[in-house]
Ligand binder design. Structure first.
Ligand code: DGL
Length: 274
């Protein structure tokens, strides 16, 4: 039998680390391999074809390193590339490997989070345009009202380490106001981009305290734990030494310095050429 390997966790840049952090806390025995495609981030405004092509290259890289399971810890990639990878690439090649996203687990529980039945979503332009959240949520919670707001400048600000500056406040307020203006009934806001937990304190300042802001990390971690229980044939292929390794398509020095600000453990990344 082939040897067990780490679970891959992918994002266009730093945002997926917010998901990895939750996953490592929930599943500390497992090994993880994180790849940030920082050289080509952000993905948020790119076309379907481009997001699919970039994501596919990264998924293939994980597979070439032996990862049996890859989590797309990126809503944009989950919205624009996951279905094609699952239904076309994996199905056609009859690969035993699996790729999972972050939108499905979030939409599966979205209706349980809101009392008023009105949920807001903050996400990239690509995720909003794909309508993945409203479409998926309707399958699980047909009565739930979903309001979306695209925040095209937030990921670029975070990727460029400008998210703590006053310039970020202008856009965070603008996007928060735009979402709230869609309905006074919204009581829950899903952070539909894995970068946004990095600006949680600022988001909190622009939403009334009565509104619950929900990051995805813990939701995705719980869903992965459940998946591994339900799929012992995959679970056995995942190595368990409690180790994480980090890779970036851009400068490792930049990645380590920047990522270290918001990831609990120190990071020493390696550069990857796709
Ligand atoms: N973290 C990605 C997401 O969840 C950001 C996408 C981007 O690169 O714009 O959507």
């Amino acid at each position: 039998m082939e040897s067990a390997c780490p679970i891959g966790v992918f994002d266009s840049g730093y945002g997926g680390l917010t998901v990895l952090q939750s996953i490592v806390r929930r599943l500390p025995r497992y090994d993880f391999m994180y790849l940030g495609d920082n050289a080509r981030a952000p993905y948020g405004n790119r076309s379907y074809q481009t997001v699919y092509q970039y994501t596919r290259e990264c998924v293939q890289w994980f597979f070439s390193r032996g990862c049996p399971l890859v989590i797309l810890a990126c809503n944009t990639a989950s919205a624009k590339a996951l279905r094609t990878i699952q239904q076309h690439d994996l199905a056609e090649s009859k690969s035993p490997n699996r790729v999972l996203g972050v939108i499905r687990p979030t939409t599966e529980i979205a209706g349980r989070l809101s009392r008023s039945g009105n949920v807001g979503i903050l996400a990239t332009q690509g995720t909003v345009n794909s309508a993945s959240y409203p479409i998926e949520i309707q399958k699980f919670f047909p009565g739930l009202k979903v309001f979306q707001q695209a925040c095209p400048l937030l990921v670029p600000l975070i990727e460029n380490n400008e998210h703590q500056g006053p310039g970020a406040d202008y856009f965070i307020k603008k996007y928060s106001d735009a979402l709230l203006s869609q309905s006074a009934q919204i009581d829950t806001v899903l952070l539909g981009c894995t970068h946004y937990p990095l600006i949680m304190d600022k988001l909190r300042a622009y939403f009334p305290p009565s509104i619950r802001l929900v990051p995805q990390g813990d939701i995705v971690a719980e869903s992965l734990a459940d998946y591994l229980i339900r799929h012992p044939e995959m679970e056995i292929r995942c190595s368990k030494n409690g180790k994480s390794s980090f890779f970036t398509t851009d400068s490792p020095e930049d990645f380590d310095r920047h990522a270290g600000i918001f990831y609990e453990m120190g990071i020493r990344s390696e550069e990857v050429f796709l």
